[in-house]
Design a protein around this ligand. Structure first.
Ligand code: UT7
Length: 377
């Protein structure tokens, strides 16, 4: 029987240049480099000076150039992430304009940190079923814009960034071979950003004035379970054993979570991509950025078998098994660059803090979770 695959033929990342260090965070939070490194493995993260659509479009343009695919040929854009300039119109339509990809369908997927992997699975299915012949799948976040900078439990963990891959219909057995997707919704209360969405309409809350409900230890345990079980399942489904996996490219929320998942899966840490020390948790962008770093470092070889486990708000979880194709070098390079930086990361964050501090936090709709939860239900 003839089988169509969705080969990954292009890849590109866009990391905003402004670097926020643990020392920067210690200037306004009761935290320390020692705490952050020992609990999370993070040393620095990026703060964007441009909108999320620009990060996404730059990553996508680089991925298209890498694939040698003209934007006019593109049939589908998936914008994976939970950072949006606006909800209507969606963000992928903004990417379409930026790329000049006038023939492309455009959809946003928000499953929080797993958005890129859910998007990769979706686009693969759409190519295999013949709905489209190619797609660009983006993982992008601009979390610094709606971070609660007064909360050390979350403010030290996240960063901004974007990366994208191009998928193209192919006869060669490559691309996503198997996907296990799931959602541990009983844990959905463990990660909520209060302040964004219809439930908060009419309460006088301005965008970015958030309060985060974040139960780190609960998410930690459920993340390890979800990622580990999904990984075991996808390997079994594809008839592959752990020792056949050449490289794991997991979601980067915490070095300790990555180590626990690798141990459970039986994959040694030498075969695990770790970028959390450089970029923190970029939510939907962590897996594609780590994948691009792996390619740039020569850690992905022709025919490599890659395991990609993820988890995020919802609490969504997943694991994808990917067979790399024959090409690990770009066909072309995009000239697209971000505008130059005029402020440091700390200066940008201090501007956000100044906007947040005097107001917002004390608004009744944000302060009383029971009130908001009634509105949500
Ligand atoms: O990608 C999806 C989102 N990511 C996640 O959900 C991450 C999952 N969770 C985690 O990675 C970990 O649970 C954390 C890194 C968030 C926290 O690590 P932990 O080992 O679970 O620490 P903890 O929450 O139990 O907190 C330990 C202590 C607490 O003090 P007490 O109560 O023991 O006195 C916290 O108040 O550390 C304190 N703490 C901090 N101290 C210095 C919390 N944040 C900080 C901080 N600096 N930034």
């Amino acid at each position: 029987m003839h089988m169509t695959y969705a080969a990954i033929t292009g890849w590109g990342k866009c990391l905003p240049p402004a670097v926020l260090t643990n020392a920067d965070l210690s200037t306004f939070l009761d935290t320390s480099d020692e705490w952050i490194v020992s609990r999370t493995g993070m040393k620095e993260r990026r703060v964007s000076h441009v909108p999320a659509i620009q990060l996404a479009s730059t990553a996508a343009a680089r991925a298209l150039a890498c694939a040698g695919l003209d934007a006019s040929e593109l049939e589908l854009i998936i914008y994976g992430g939970c950072s949006n300039e606006e909800l209507v119109p969606n963000s992928s339509s903004g990417v379409q304009i930026e790329l000049g990809a006038t023939r492309a369908a455009a959809m946003d997927i928000n499953t929080a940190c797993t958005s890129f992997l859910y998007g990769l699975s979706t686009a693969t299915a759409m190519i295999k079923s013949g709905v489209v012949k190619n797609a660009v799948v983006i993982g992008v976040e601009l979390i610094t814009r709606y971070m609660d900078w007064s909360n050390r439990n979350v403010a030290v963990l996240f960063g901004d960034g974007a990366a994208a891959v191009v998928l193209q219909a192919s006869d060669e057995e490559s691309g996503v071979l198997g996907s296990v997707l799931g959602c541990d919704a009983e844990g959905r209360e463990a990660l909520r950003v209060r302040g964004m969405g219809c439930s908060y309409a009419g309460l006088g809350i301005s965008y970015g004035d958030t309060i985060w409900d974040f139960d780190g230890p609960v998410i930690f345990k459920r993340a390890v379970k979800g990622m580990s079980e999904a990984s075991a399942k996808v390997l079994a489904q594809c008839g592959v054993t752990a020792d056949q996996v050449d490289l794991a490219v997991p979601h980067q929320a915490n070095l300790r979570i990555i180590e626990a998942v690798a141990k459970y899966a039986g994959i040694p840490m030498e075969k695990v991509m770790v970028t959390v020390e450089k970029y923190g948790n970029m939510s939907a962008a962590t897996v594609p950025v780590s994948l691009v770093d792996a390619l740039e470092q020569g850690r992905v070889k022709p025919g490599s078998l890659l395991l990609m486990p993820g988890f995020g708000g919802g609490l969504t979880f997943c694991s994808l098994l990917v067979r790399w194709g024959s090409r690990v070098t770009p066909l072309g390079v995009s000239g697209r660059e971000l505008p130059p930086l005029t402020r440091t990361a700390l200066e940008i964050v201090n501007e956000y803090r100044a906007e947040q501090d005097p107001h917002g936090r004390s608004l009744p709709g944000l302060m009383a979770p029971t009130f908001v939860e009634q509105r949500i239900r």
